[in-house]
Design a protein around this ligand. Structure first.
Ligand code: PLP
Length: 411
């Protein structure tokens, strides 16, 4: 059974309650009363499992976290206030000044700027590689390298990485692999492919209706015997491993990122995210099917379409072999010039012009004038941003309606 079928059952069965309120309860309290000083002491030293304070964890959010952990075969997950917060939590809980990051593939704008501009200010150096530069990636790993970071699908360059092969490189070198799986939840299981940490923006297809900003980070268990996180490279984890064993990456991330940076999810967003999650396993396969029909038709009509399901895509065979459940909701149209792209966006009646992706509605955006407007020409070229590039996120509409509308808009 593929994961879509498996989770059609699991989501609806696990998100609601069988007694009392059916829909998940929203606990919006910021703080929690401990009752006695003994219980307070126990909560703070970890021997009593009760909520401490909503920055460190919230009962509504905990329900979302346990479901998100299960999707990825993770030992646990930490929900955050946004997808960028998830990337910040996952990376900053492993990095110190002087460390290095290797970043692979076409990166989401915020992530690119986080690595290239923001964390460089704190003495962390990031080098960037294309998905298939395996030799260069291997050579770039030094003893200072703490993280290899990659996106399951390049947004918006639509490059598909060989996650298994990159995980083998990371594991051979003893370096943590973090995969941003925002575009391909359920379709791709990074931990099963050898990754250590998975980050999500739940804002996108997971909640699916633009109702809640959120993120989530799922962590694999630390192995009992040998484990790369027990090496000198990650010696700051020694005490966490001694005290919490397989869970160690989670208390480390909570202490570093939630306690000290405070990028915590709020209960209302976690609730909205769970409502979306209930139908994820229905929505995503529909879009994956639609997108193959739409991109095929539009490309036959002479439009310049980029999607791995097309034979013209450089990673088409990888799409067939390693992405059998599709590669998410995105494709791009290159209209050649900004003027023609704007004309298309003014004429489409179906697409909503917005920076979001993964919504139930079809969305579109001209890349160079918006998300990438403050990037220089060299960086845009590296990220695959051409002058006429429109990113489309396919929604739940009838695919023929989208085809008709887009052909009319492109006239
Ligand atoms: C949107 C997005 C993010 C950032 O998520 P926010 O919830 O907007 O902070 C990170 N990675 C990818 C691939 C995204 O599409």
């Amino acid at each position: 059974m593929n994961k879509f079928e498996e989770y059609c059952t699991k989501f609806v069965q696990n998100i609601g309650f069988k007694e009392g309120a059916v829909s998940p309860t929203i606990v919006s309290s910021a703080s929690f009363a401990y009752g006695t000083p003994e219980i307070a002491e126990g909560i703070f030293n970890g021997s009593v499992k009760k909520p401490l304070y909503s920055r460190m964890g919230n009962p509504t959010t905990a329900r979302l976290e346990s479901i998100m952990a299960e999707i990825d075969g993770a030992i646990g997950a930490v929900a955050t206030s946004s997808g960028m917060a998830a990337t910040t939590l996952a990376t900053m809980s492993l990095l110190s000044s002087g460390d290095e990051v290797i970043s692979i593939g076409g990166l989401f704008g915020g992530t690119y700027s986080f690595f290239s501009e923001t964390i460089s200010r704190f003495g962390v150096k990031t080098s960037f590689f294309d998905v298939d530069e395996f030799e260069k990636i291997t050579q770039a790993i030094s003893e200072k390298t703490k993280i290899i970071f990659l996106e399951s699908v390049g947004n918006p360059n639509m490059q598909l990485p060989d996650i298994k092969k990159i995980a083998a490189i990371a594991n051979n070198a003893g370096v943590a692999l973090i995969v941003d799986n925002t575009i391909t939840p359920l379709s791709i299981s990074p931990i099963a492919l050898g990754a250590d940490i998975v980050v999500y923006s739940t804002t996108k297809v997971i909640s699916g209706n633009s109702s809640a900003l959120g993120g989530c980070v799922a962590f694999r268990a630390i192995n009992e015997g040998n484990d790369k996180f027990k090496s000198k490279r990650y010696d700051f984890l020694t005490n966490f491993i001694k005290n919490t064993g397989a869970m160690a990456l989670i208390p480390n991330a909570k202490k570093r990122a939630l306690r000290d940076f405070g990028m915590s999810a709020n209960a209302h967003a976690s609730y909205q995210t769970m409502l979306g999650l209930e139908t994820l396993a229905l929505r995503l396969p529909r879009v994956v099917k639609s997108i193959e029909i739409i991109t095929e038709e539009l490309s036959k009509s002479g439009l310049n379409i980029n999607h791995p399901s097309l034979k013209s895509h450089p990673q088409h065979s990888r799409y067939l072999e390693q992405f059998s459940n599709g590669c998410g909701t995105l494709f791009t149209i290159d209209m050649q010039t900004k003027e023609r792209a704007f004309e298309f966006l003014k004429r489409t009646k179906i697409a909503t012009i917005t920076a979001n992706i993964g919504d139930s509605r079809t969305l579109a955006l001209h890349m160079a004038s918006t998300i990438y407007s403050d990037f220089d020409a060299h960086t845009r070229r590296f990220l695959g941003i051409t002058d006429g590039l429109i990113r489309v996120s396919v929604g739940l509409e009838n695919p023929q309606d989208i085809i008709d509308d887009f052909l009319n808009a492109a006239k």
